[in-house]
Design a protein. Structure first.
Lengths: 254, 293, 270
């Protein structure tokens, strides 16, 4: 995320995380509510274009192809051929008939999933975890809950670091960590124990640090180093997102 | 006027799962503005004492305690660690334990404690800048704290405690991973903080340094304070060796040559004392030998 | 065993240059100390010596064979590495199992392993702790546990990364004993440390590193008389040596005994 620096990427990165969360939410839910699946695919195309613009095109496409195609095919197979709602048949495969209702439903679900996935991916790539949590705490999320979320989000990279260190230690003691799949699995198993155990000890020590650094002291209202601004652009984008959500409701109400 | 800032009253402690006591009847006082060094073999209870001073014992650890510790008129057992942290700061032995693990950058790490105190964001910047320059980590401010070397994290850990401006700073072997010049710089900074009125309690294995910096030295063995006093009193004690502690190297090399009449002192505990004493010895001997020549 | 390092360079993926052309040779069993500033590249350099890091440029030859031809696991039979932070290198339930792990990988017999445990656990001072969980050891014991687990594999060369960190008088004496044992048994010990007292007491050869390069190498007399180079690499001579230098004694002193001897000669010279 550090090496993309065109103006659009900078702009996206500067957006308030809450705006991004709102957009992810409205796009996903909106497409789910809207009766026809084609809006969803339109939105997905827009997300891919956005991805390309901020230098994440390859990754977004990979996500869609790698996850989207198999899931869509599976949904089409189950819903299209066997959905109880199928009334209008559009194709006949001999062993089963493909129904319009099920097909539409499958396409809609898959497009919603993909939108959530792609939008959330783009958000993660352009937002620091600490910023997201700071924005949430600043709009009223409990400080301790905020810490909990942030600490959990950081667990994965920490574990990865730890695994690497333990792996080095094991290699230095004669364990082959590269080579065949079986060899790698054999090397990986003894890693689990120490990683989990040291994470537990870490948690205890983390608690000590937090206390001695005055975490959660009563009296003062906590402040944050990270300032999350809400710019005009944020407001406009939020309005658009909400309008999108409302407009997707319209065909259902009318 | 000096007032008592820390009062350890016959304090004993045993960790829940252990059979032996970690601290046994520890009793001493620290006056405001004092520089106190705690020395002794590993496993003697030095880190446990540090944890007790900042209230992690008995508030955070599960165990059995007797006696009391009063820090700045507050009983550590009666107030939370968070509240005590307004007065007393701790730099852990393992610097990685000091990190909040939620900060993406060193600057955010330093801001963590300030944020908990409700320091306005605008004031954070100037404080972070000031402390980062003092501890010489200004080039690290944008780096991820988890990707720093041990020596660098040690500086960050110290900075994160100093930035909270505690009245008392407890340092548990806080320079072990720094190079010799780096740790000397850090010690000079700590000395300067002490001269500005901050009370220091420091656990250390470097006796030359302890003798140079500390006003009071306490030797701890098997959880008990077995010897205490000024560096002179402690390092000249005939019992020192029994507690697995050696005096600074300067002590023996000067003791050997000082004869009555050379100087007012008859031993040295610091480098500058040793050099000036031995220079006097050279002058004295040169003067006495010239007439015979 | 002989390690030849030829124009070793290492660049981080981020672009930073950690090692900038190192040339040196390790041979024999005279213990070597690597000293220098934080961030000078000492650990990065050491991690090349058992293949954990691979050179970006240059070569490392172990008895003439390029280190890149084999994995670290292969080289672990010959070169042992004790990391700076013991926490992440202990991964079994008891100290005994930690000690057994390496030799088992090497396929040693039960009998032989037990003999080694007997001897090594005594050397590192953990004989009474063999059935303890490594997480229940204190920081110094953990360090000795990691040293023991490497000694158990009986490598020809052993690298210790800051073993003196946080050690008390007794711990330092034990380390000295281990280094001496290695020397007497024709094993080469390479140690990274910031403790200069420890360096002058235990090491015959010293390598001074600064900014990814070797600034100076030689015996303690050569190295510690060159105060200017030392300062450049953020190192200062040990206390006794500094006093001797300040008094302009003719010979450099590293121990109290040496100092007393040199100073006695000085005051009786005229």
């Amino acid at each position: 995320m550090e090496n993309i620096n065109n103006s659009i990427a900078v702009l996206v990165r500067k957006l308030n995380p809450i705006t991004k969360l709102l957009i992810v939410f409205c796009l996903g839910i909106g497409c789910l509510i809207y009766p026809l699946p084609f809006v969803g695919y339109g939105v997905l195309c827009l997300l891919v274009i956005l991805g390309i613009l901020i230098g994440q095109g390859k990754q977004v496409l990979k996500l869609i192809v790698g996850f989207g195609i198999p899931v869509t095919l599976m949904l089409l197979f189950i819903q299209g051929l066997y959905s109880p709602n199928n009334k209008t048949m559009i194709a006949d495969f001999g062993f089963a008939q493909m129904g319009l209702e099920g097909t539409m439903y499958a396409l809609k679900i898959s497009s919603t999933l993909l939108i959530f996935l792609a939008a959330f991916y783009l958000m993660l790539q352009t937002t620091k975890n600490s910023e997201t949590v700071a924005a949430l705490t600043q709009s009223g999320l409990n400080m301790k809950l905020g810490y909990l979320i942030l600490a959990s989000l950081n667990v994965v990279p920490q574990m990865q670091r730890k695994v690497k260190v333990i792996q080095e230690a094991q290699e230095s003691r004669g364990v082959e960590t590269s080579g065949s799949f079986i060899q790698r699995t054999k090397a990986f198993l003894p890693l689990i124990g120490p990683v989990v155990l040291s994470s537990l000890t870490d948690a205890q020590e983390r608690g000590m640090t937090l206390e001695t650094r005055g975490f959660g002291i009563s009296g003062d209202k906590p402040t944050s180093y990270i300032k999350v601004e809400t710019t005009g652009l944020d407001i406009v984008l939020r309005m658009i997102a909400i309008c999108f959500l409302i407009s997707s409701l319209l065909p259902r109400i009318l | 006027m000096t007032s008592t800032l820390i009062q350890v009253n016959h304090f004993s402690y045993r960790y829940n799962q252990e059979t032996e006591v970690a601290l046994k009847n520890v009793h001493f006082e620290v006056a405001s503005g004092e520089f106190v060094a705690i020395i002794g073999a590993n496993g003697s209870g030095k880190s446990t004492l540090c944890n007790a001073l900042v209230g992690l014992i008995p508030n955070y650890f599960v165990g059995f305690s007797e006696g009391s510790i009063i820090v700045d008129e507050k009983d550590t057992a009666a107030v939370s660690v968070g509240e005590l942290s307004q007065t007393i700061g701790l730099v852990f032995q393992n610097p990685f334990n000091q990190l909040s693990y939620t900060a993406d950058t060193v600057a955010e790490e330093l801001a963590f404690g300030l944020g908990n105190r409700g320091v306005p964001r605008e004031q954070m910047f100037s404080k972070i800048k000031e402390i980062a320059e003092l501890i010489q980590i200004d080039e690290l401010l944008d780096k991820n704290p988890l990707e720093l070397s041990g020596g660098q994290v040690q500086r960050v850990a110290l900075a994160s405690a100093i930035i909270l401006e505690p009245k008392i700073l407890v340092l548990d072997e806080c320079t072990t991973q720094l190079d010799p010049i780096g740790s000397r710089q850090i010690m000079n900074i700590i000395k300067k903080l002490n001269e500005n009125g901050i009370t220091i309690v420091m656990v250390d294995h470097d006796m030359e340094r302890v003798a140079k910096l500390a006003d009071k030295v306490y030797v701890i063995q098997h959880g008990t304070i077995v010897l205490g006093g000024t560096p002179e009193e402690v390092f000249c004690s005939p019992h020192l060796a029994e507690f697995s502690v050696n005096p600074p190297d300067y002590y023996e090399i000067t003791k050997k040559f000082i004869k009555p009449g050379y100087s007012e002192r008859d031993f040295a505990l610091t480098e500058s004392q040793a050099i000036s004493l031995l220079q006097e010895v050279i002058l004295y001997e040169d003067r006495n030998q010239k007439p015979q020549a | 065993m002989k390690i030849e390092i030829k124009n070793l360079k290492h660049k981080y993926p981020s672009g930073g240059e950690a090692l900038r052309g190192i040339n040196t040779t390790f041979e024999g069993s005279n213990p070597v100390a690597i000293i220098g500033q934080n961030g000078a590249g000492k650990t990065t350099f050491a991690k090349h010596l058992n293949g954990l890091l691979r050179p970006t440029e240059g070569q490392i030859l172990i008895d003439g064979e390029s280190i890149s031809d084999h994995t670290t696991a292969y080289w672990s039979k010959y070169i042992g590495y004790v990391f700076q932070n013991p926490d992440n290198q202990l991964f079994l339930e008891t100290v005994r199992k930690e000690f057994e792990f390496g030799p088992k990988q090497q396929g040693l017999s039960r009998h032989e392993i037990n003999d080694r445990i007997e001897f090594i656990s005594d050397l590192v001072g953990l004989k009474h702790r063999l059935s303890t969980h490594p997480f229940d050891l204190n920081a110094t014991e953990k360090k000795f546990c990691t040293i023991g687990s490497i000694l158990m594999m009986d490598p020809k060369i052993i690298i210790l990364d800051e073993p003196t960190c946080g050690q008390d008088v007794e711990g330092n004496q034990r380390l000295a004993k281990i280094i001496n044992y290695l020397k007497n048994n024709d094993r080469l010990c390479i140690t990274i440390t910031h403790d200069m007292k420890f360096v002058v007491r235990n090491f015959d050869q010293i390598i001074v590193m600064s900014k990814g390069e070797i600034l100076k190498s030689g015996n303690k007399y050569n190295v510690f008389s060159d105060v200017k180079t030392l300062l450049e690499s953020h190192v200062a001579p040990p206390p006794i040596t500094r006093v001797g230098q300040a008094l302009r004694l003719k010979d450099i002193s590293f121990s109290k005994e040496e100092f007393i001897d040199h100073f006695t000669r000085r005051i009786h010279q005229s």
